[in-house]
Write a protein that binds this ligand. Sequence first.
Ligand code: CTP
Ligand SMILES: C[C@](O)(CO)[C@H](O)COP(=O)(O)O
Length: 399
Amino acid sequence: MSIIPVPRVAVIVVAAGSGTRLGAEAPKAFVGIDGHSILRHCLRGVFAGPAAQVVIVAPAGREGDALTDAETVGPRELVTVVTGGATRQASVAAGLSAVWADVEVVLVHDAARALTPPDVFARVIDAVDATGWGILPVLPVVDTIKRVDGVEVVAGVDRSELAAAQTPQGFRREVLDAAYASAPAEFTDDAALVAASGHRIGTVAGSERSFKITTAADLERARLLVAGVPDAAPSPLGAPATAAPRVGVGTDVHAYGGDGPLWLGGLEWPGELALSGHSDGDAIAHAIVDALLSAAGLGDIGTHFGTDHPEYAGAHADVFLARTRALLGEAGWRIGNVAVQVQANRPRFSVRRAESERALSAALGGAPVAVSATTTDGLGFPGRGEGVSVFAVALVVPA
Ligand SMILES: Nc1ccn([C@@H]2O[C@H](COP(=O)(O)OP(=O)(O)OP(=O)(O)O)[C@@H](O)[C@H]2O)c(=O)n1
Ligand SMILES: C[C@](O)(CO)[C@H](O)COP(=O)(O)O
């Protein structure tokens, strides 16, 4: 039996664009299709293939979020994250510089083509392997095409000679390296750059699902496709990736013994024992963060606010909750409501319940927050007065 050698493949996922034409609040790759970002959907397709390395090119400042998206859907040890440049070409160059030495074939893929099916990756790799050419997936042009000068038509164009270029585009590694090292100009895709350096480019069949999310209409199309596919890829929570409302739960426990005043429920409580913690120890705020993140399928408080984020040392509830709301917004979720129950002997919560609910709600952009409190009849650590325990439930709805 002869064994056919398989090339070692790296996929560079360019995700550093700003998405001007989409006009969302976040960089395009972090905009939600359902509960999950464009980048996370794209990476699901990438990890379904044979990539030995996945290089994600992220916008400056969003490298950590890119890694979180990758870890949620694939093995961490395959992933390298680098910072992108001012143009797509500069971002690809940044990704290329991080490709491992033993990689033989490199695919360059737009994060914005988030729903590209795994079989397209396989076709591109097979064709690069078989021909040694640069390979791009294409679709036939279906519209009648005209050449225009301003508003005037100057010629018809034979569309049978045309094809619409998609990604992933694949190349022998040494070919792509050499072409990028001597790029004579700025190109809108890698095949054009490689062709300019004298290499042959071939095509394979692309896919209707590989359309690039460029405008709000494209995002809507992606949302409908994801919501309407009966066997849509499962989310990390095991639920189908639909655009239905979702609930989440969160708990937190803190012991008394911190420095300074007590912070709980978004309020300072002068004269009460402080809770200990990396931040201000506000267990109510932290349980709400966990409940909201779990509802949106965005991990948990450690994913976004762990001790490796020194900027949250000593931070109060408003900082945690505003950032959580922003993360949900970027992923396409709006907060429905939040309900919290606190188990503690002290402080006597009822006297400031309404004030706390107002503070928490304001930090969540006005979403309703209900806080109830109870003692535990002397049982357990809250009953012995050692600390507080909090349980939160949250509902999120598609934005
Ligand atoms: N400086 C850039 C520009 C683009 N891209 C990536 O290249 C792909 C194709 O670009 P496009 O979809 O046109 O993205 P944007 O440049 O973000 O969009 P716009 O032109 O609307 O601003 C996207 O996945 C985008 O993230 C990139 O990594 N770095
Ligand atoms: C690479 C590409 O996706 C191929 O269609 C495209 O050229 C990049 O984006 P843009 O819309 O041309 O800016």
